[in-house]
Design a binder for this molecule. Structure first.
Ligand SMILES: Cc1ncc(COP(=O)(O)O)c(C=O)c1O
Length: 406
């Protein structure tokens, strides 16, 4: 059966937008994804029929909101195959998930002389929190070298691993190149030296099935807004024994068992890491977004997006002077490119005039750009609501823009 993209597009009202008088072609999905009606309606429904603070109330709405919030937590636990919903912590997004682990696990367990390994192609949010931790503790941050195709050099990774390695933090999928990293092997090797592994799932969760037990990762973070859900909400998964061993992140209401001036005891998981009134509507609606993609089926999504990637790669490669940046064997639906010596931003502006939304720049990956010897790229990133016709339009628009800029 072919992928029902025309039906699916009807779920996304924003796709009918006219941008600069042209039908919008939205190819900036790696930055943030669009939201299906079901998610948009769930936000409205929440405020019309459920809104209340959670956990503490003894009234109808408080119970209803609590139930919806906790059942969303359970849906997310099931989605990533966590052993328990206690391992699912609501946070603001991937950035907060990484910072939470750096501040709590990192400051308790990482000491001077220890090493943390990350990857040359990481997003800044998976570099800077570890640099800050290293500055404070005297630990050292190391980066796995990559080849010119944008793949990690596995033997180099193995050379970096040692008993000093306490943590490996790596993206499942690169946001700027689309490389799918061999995380299962990376995790297995890290565990051999006793290191824990954080998987940045920001670019994986929207496109593929992620099973934390099969991967055996110790932590996983992802962002709701990239997975067709609301902004300001995301998930930190952690193995229960690790989360239990970590000190709390923020202090305040909800994360305590009892408070007195003699001393405070902390709540159980997952509330220990959820101080204050959380993003209740975001948590509930993220569950709705997850249910939505599960109904389409992540295997169907992955297969269709792979078709788009292959088609787009072929199509764009035919444009004279266009260079695809990131040609890894295993890629998700991201095509980064440069044309001749045209500045990516100039090309982005001309594509925007033709209704096409791409992203230009370093994509929060300056160390990667340094490694590749470029300032930035143009990046077209596809979701399951994009079409081959849109890719045709992209190719026509690039050719037109290049003539203007030549
Ligand atoms: C791979 C990767 N990690 C982390 C982030 C940060 O996500 P957020 O800004 O939602 O916290 C992004 C955002 O683009 C990303 O692509």
């Amino acid at each position: 059966m072919s992928f029902p993209v025309d039906t699916i597009r009807k779920d996304f009202p924003i796709l009918d937008t006219k941008a600069n008088g042209k039908p919008l072609i939205y190819l900036d999905n790696a930055a943030t994804s669009q939201k299906p009606l079901r998610v948009i309606n769930a936000i409205k429904d929440y405020y019309e029929a459920t809104n209340s603070n959670i956990h503490r109330g003894a009234h109808y709405l408080a119970n209803k909101a609590t139930e919806a919030y906790e059942s969303s937590r359970q849906a997310i636990a099931t989605h990533i195959n966590a052993k328990s919903a206690r391992e699912i912590n609501f946070v603001r997004g991937t950035t907060e998930a990484i910072n939470l682990v750096a501040y709590t696990y990192g400051r308790k367990f990482i000491k001077a002389g220890d090493e943390i390994i990350t990857n040359t192609m990481e997003h800044h949010s998976n570099i800077v929190p570890w640099q800050m931790l290293c500055e404070e503790t005297g630990a050292t941050l190391r980066a796995i070298p990559i080849n010119d195709k944008g793949e990690i050099i596995f033997e180099e990774y193995l050379k970096l691993l040692s008993p000093k390695t306490k943590l490996v933090s790596i993206a499942y999928v690169s946001n700027s190149l689309g490389t799918i990293n061999p995380v299962e092997k990376i995790i297995a090797e890290a565990h051999k030296v006793g290191a824990k592994v954080f998987i940045d799932g920001a670019q994986a969760l929207p496109h593929m099935k992620v099973d934390v037990q099969t991967l055996d990762c110790d932590f996983l973070g992802f962002s709701g807004h990239k997975v067709f859900g609301p902004t300001g909400i995301g998930i930190l998964y952690g193995k229960e024994e690790l989360l239990n061993a970590m000190p709390p992140f923020m202090g305040g209401g909800e994360m305590i068992k009892s408070v007195s001036f003699k001393g405070t005891t902390y709540n159980e998981l997952p509330y220990k890491f959820e101080a204050g009134t959380p993003h209740i509507e975001g948590g509930i609606v993220l569950g709705e977004a997850i249910n939505y993609i599960n109904e389409i089926g992540l295997d169907n999504i992955a297969a269709y997006e792979h078709e788009l990637l292959v088609y787009g790669t072929q199509k764009l490669s035919q444009i004279e002077g266009l260079r695809i940046i990131g040609t890894a064997e295993h890629k998700s639906s991201v095509i980064s490119f440069l044309v001749n010596n045209i500045h990516p931003y100039d090309l982005g502006v001309l594509l925007n005039e033709q209704g096409i939304a791409i992203r230009t720049g370093h994509h929060c990956c300056q160390p990667l750009m340094d490694r590749l010897g470029i300032e930035g790229t143009c990046r077209a990133s596809f979701a399951f609501y994009n079409t081959k016709e849109e890719i045709d339009q992209l190719a026509i628009a690039i050719t037109r823009a290049v003539k203007v800029l030549a």
